[in-house]
Design a binder for this molecule. Structure first.
Ligand SMILES: C[S@@+](CC[C@H](N)C(=O)[O-])C[C@H]1O[C@@H](n2cnc3c(N)ncnc32)[C@H](O)[C@@H]1O
Length: 285
């Protein structure tokens, strides 16, 4: 089941102008640093210099901005349902001088195939709950078809087990039951319900459309967001005091990084992270 599009549009319309404040929350600084480190070591080295990327549900362009700023020959398409979010991506492109390398397209990811050409992308990314807002059975085959043979699909999706833990921790047992019994989750009242994933449901969904999982991990797996970090502003005292100390930040970053390659740790993740490759004819890429 996917959430109604009106609800999603209304939710992000209200959040769009403040969305990038997440960059000031220590927990998300840690999570984003781990994600960028994973991309730098396990994804970008496998791509040509002039790679073409799709940022599915790219929102305010936080990730496209990093990528196009770091790789001057790369090009990107942000595909998102919310013009309120993407207007900030357009501003970043203007500010950081890569407007001619970025295309912004609007629409519903469940019909993305009607908007973009098959076998176009070397890299498809979709980060931070986007895959929770859509039906994966509809969207993943379309992402597979938009990927070039051998191209990479990298996703960061909400973890069913963490949604159950978080809601029990908040004494919201009904929501924990929804996570376990119906694979649906929320972290705060005003957000639309998300479709949740487990490591094996994610792996199976990708494999069934010809995407081979090269790395599946939990991100972060040892540090969890508090209630404050599920909103755009504010930091829980615990995470803030721990992570703003650069030495502690580095030590926790190193611990997270060392378990990120252990498959057993994936189910502990706040989110699940996967790098998958489109299988080429005759076998794996
Ligand atoms: C939590 S934001 C994440 C933005 C970005 N990926 C990031 O990591 O900063 C989720 C984004 O998904 C987009 N979205 C939600 N449902 C969508 C759909 N059905 N089709 C396209 N975009 C969608 C929203 O408009 C929003 O920009």
């Amino acid at each position: 089941m996917s959430t109604s599009r009106e609800e999603v549009l209304g939710y992000f319309k209200e959040k769009a102008d403040r969305y990038d404040l997440v960059d000031q929350q220590w927990y998300w600084v840690l999570s984003d640093s781990l994600l960028w480190d994973a991309l730098v070591h396990h994804v970008f080295p496998k791509l040509p210099d002039d790679f073409v990327m799709l940022d599915a549900g790219g929102g305010t362009g936080r990730w496209t901005d990093r990528v196009l700023s770091a790789f001057p020959k790369a090009q990107a398409v942000i595909f998102d349902i919310s013009p309120d979010m993407t207007k900030h991506a357009q501003e970043k492109a203007r500010r950081n001088h890569y407007e001619e390398r970025l295309t912004i397209a609007h629409g519903d990811l469940e019909q993305v195939q009607h908007h973009l050409k098959a076998s176009t992308f070397d890299l498809i990314i979709s980060f931070h709950n986007v895959m929770g807002f859509v039906n994966p059975e509809q969207v993943m085959p379309q992402l597979a078809s938009l990927s070039k043979p051998g191209g990479l699909v990298v996703l960061f999706v909400p973890n069913r087990y963490h949604a159950a833990f978080f809601n029990i921790f908040q004494a919201n047992i009904e929501r924990a039951e929804d996570a376990i019994n119906h694979w649906l989750g929320k972290f705060v009242d005003d957000m639309p319900s998300l479709n949740l994933y487990s490591p094996s449901s994610l792996r199976n969904a990708l494999q069934s459309c010809g995407l081979h999982c090269e790395w599946l991990s939990g991100f972060p797996s040892l540090v969890y967001p508090g209630y404050e970090e599920t909103r755009i502003e504010g930091s829980s005292i615990h995470n803030q005091e721990l992570l703003r100390d650069p030495v502690m930040f580095r030590r926790i970053f190193d611990l997270e990084k060392s378990v990120a390659t252990e498959p057993d740790a994936a189910a502990r993740g706040n989110n699940l992270f996967v790098v998958a490759a489109k299988v080429v004819d005759g076998g794996r890429s």
